[in-house]
Design a protein around this ligand. Structure first.
Ligand SMILES: NC(=O)c1ccc[n+]([C@@H]2O[C@H](COP(=O)([O-])OP(=O)(O)OC[C@H]3O[C@@H](n4cnc5c(N)ncnc54)[C@H](OP(=O)(O)O)[C@@H]3O)[C@@H](O)[C@H]2O)c1
Length: 444
């Protein structure tokens, strides 16, 4: 029989809970994945009008398990009241999902920790990003967590890791001899990791202005994609070994060059004219180990651009020119593209003879494409299921989150003016110039 468990979503009426968590849970429930689920409690200070609608109308059966508890994360009395609910859940596993603003994580962990001392139920605590504001605050949050929970009970989320494409980097590399053998500086010229967004900061303005693109995207999603691309083969396909290898590669990673931009009209939008917060960032990183010595990793992310695009492009070296020297052409470099948006797919670009009837001819670029089929609509479905099942492979370990902050730390809170770019353009000119200076171009 499945173990019985209940889920407490702290911040359970917010955007994340309404748009991602409750719909993902209801889909998992409908598909029969949550056999042991007893109750889902949404905790917040006030019950928003549409909460019932969101929770109950997703699925009738699921809706019956959903309850609202008035709760203030800063007030100990709320935890005392929560204790009365927990008392009735004897023997159940308790999952606390912190879908609160990051300024409340400390209060919630401290008070939950104190409350749970009175109970013996197995427990898990799930923490949304951003985990900390910088290295120092991430360390503080880690040590607070460690006071009350063991690492096996802590799930630090980066929802990008729930995406099929990101997980398939791992599979492509380590389940195929033909790829792993060429995954190094002998064959790979450079790697491009981009996450471009059409949307601006929208309703997240006040929050975003305190963080910016380095904290919001580079420190987590982009560096995690780099880690999956560059990590060594884990000793075994187990969470400990996978996370060990990611930490190892991050410890060898550093930013050597970075530029920051801001879209026009941003200051007015967030109500702080003259803000220097970046909405665009473009960086060159090096991974100084034997596998990657001399290979550049270019990371670029920005808001309010023409198209949404999230992908990793692994670009191979050129073939020696002697081969085609008699022809007036140069074969293009091979590429492997892992795309998560707009589509979830893998693309391999290679050179082949054109259908000219002649043997001696300039090769042309040819593509092989594979769209990843997925059983799940949302990355959160994958991650929630992993939490229920206790698989931590796709969650960030304490030392890993600190290693991620160490990479970006020297570039946080720089006071120089960001360059400005018009909204809706494909790419800001300084970003093109950035990679042109490296003798390369963005492959988008
Ligand atoms: N939205 C997303 O798609 C997304 C994606 C990735 C990560 N995240 C992260 O997820 C977290 C939540 O984001 P969100 O967009 O859902 O924020 P949000 O829409 O502002 O929701 C915040 C939630 O916290 C509750 N809350 C605020 N103060 C509280 C307090 N003192 N005690 C108890 N509850 C309190 C709010 O309800 P009351 O005001 O009624 O208390 C609401 O339910 C953030 O850390 C964010 O960075 C969000």
């Amino acid at each position: 029989m499945s173990k019985s468990f209940s889920l407490f979503i702290l911040g359970g009426t917010g955007d994340l809970a309404r748009k991602k968590l409750l719909p993902s849970l209801s889909r998992l429930f409908k598909k029969g994945y949550l056999q042991g689920l007893d109750k889902v409690y949404s905790l917040a200070r006030s019950k928003r009008e549409d909460w019932e609608k969101v929770a109950c109308e997703l699925d009738e059966g699921f809706g019956k398990l959903c309850h609202f508890i008035p709760f203030d994360a800063k007030d100990w009395n709320s935890y005392a009241e929560l204790g009365k609910v927990v008392e009735k859940l004897k023997g159940q596993e308790l999952i606390f999902f912190l879908a609160l603003g990051p300024d409340l994580f400390g209060d919630a962990i401290l008070n939950l920790g104190r409350l749970l001392r009175n109970f013996t139920n197995p427990r898990k605590v799930v923490i949304e990003k951003p985990f900390g504001y910088d290295l120092e605050s991430a360390k503080r949050l880690n040590s607070l967590l460690e006071r009350y929970f063991i690492e096996q009970e802590i799930y630090r989320i980066d929802h990008f890791l729930g995406k099929d494409t990101v997980q398939n980097i791992f599979s492509l590399r380590f389940s195929n001899l033909i790829f792993e053998g060429i995954w190094n500086n002998h064959y790979i010229d450079h790697v491009q990791i981009v996450a471009l967004e059409k949307v601006g900061v929208g309703s997240r303005g006040v929050f975003y202005d305190r963080v910016g693109a380095i904290r919001d995207m580079l420190q987590n999603h982009m560096l995690e994609m780099l880690a999956f691309t560059a990590m060594e083969v884990p000793a075994r396909m187990e969470e400990k070994f996978i996370r060990d290898e990611k930490v190892k590669v991050l410890k060898n990673t550093s930013i050597v060059k970075l530029i920051r931009g801001q879209y026009e009209g941003y200051g007015q939008e967030v109500g702080r004219e003259g803000s220097k917060t970046e909405t665009f960032v473009c960086a060159k990183l090096l991974v100084e180990n034997f596998r990657w010595h001399g290979v550049s990793f270019y990371l670029m992310t920005g808001k309010a651009l023409k198209e949404k695009l999230t992908q990793i492009t692994v670009v191979f070296k050129s073939v020696p020119e002697g081969f085609t020297s008699l022809l007036d052409c140069k074969p293009k470099q091979n590429k492997i593209v892992f795309q998560t948006a707009p589509e979830s797919k893998l693309q391999i670009a290679f050179e082949l003879r054109p259908p000219t009837g002649r043997f001696i001819a300039c090769p042309v670029e040819t593509f092989m494409e594979y769209k990843f089929p997925s059983e799940f609509e949302e990355a959160y479905e994958v991650l929630l299921l992993d939490i229920v099942e206790g698989d931590q492979s796709l969650f960030i370990r304490g030392d890993e989150v600190e290693a991620l902050w160490e990479v970006v730390e020297p570039y946080l809170d720089r006071q120089e003016e960001p360059f400005m770019y018009p909204q809706g353009i494909p790419l800001p000119e300084p970003a093109r110039e950035f990679i042109r200076q490296e003798g390369r171009e963005w492959l988008l």
